[in-house]
Design a protein around this ligand. Sequence first.
Ligand code: HEC
Length: 86
Amino acid sequence: MAETHCASCHAIGKKGQSPNPKAPRFATLAQLYPLDNLAEAFSEGILVGHGPMPEFQFEPDQIDGLIAYLRSIQSPRKRAKKRVVN
Ligand code: HEC
């Protein structure tokens, strides 16, 4: 889903730069927004009206999936040092 809808502007993986330099990398989104707020924002359609980002209409389970994915790729700032890099 992120690939289809978001990857044209955002870096959706753990690494890499966003194709659109203004679009925040997904791996650092939690540093900008608590992901819980994001789920709410998506379900209410708040993520509109800024930049070139289109308006999205997603089903609740799509949002859950997206948030779960975002959670899974966040680069943990504080825990980073303790982590073993594989
Ligand atoms: C056409 C390009 C484009 C697409 C497609 C796009 N975004 Fe964005 N997105 C942006 C830009 C540019 C910004 C930064 C806007 C700003 O800072 O004003 C942004 C910002 C965001 C933010 C931060 C919210 C904010 O208010 O700054 C989130 C979260 C986000 N995008 C999620 C997504 C998700 C999830 C998708 C796919 C479902 C997506 N975006 C698709 C361009 C895009």
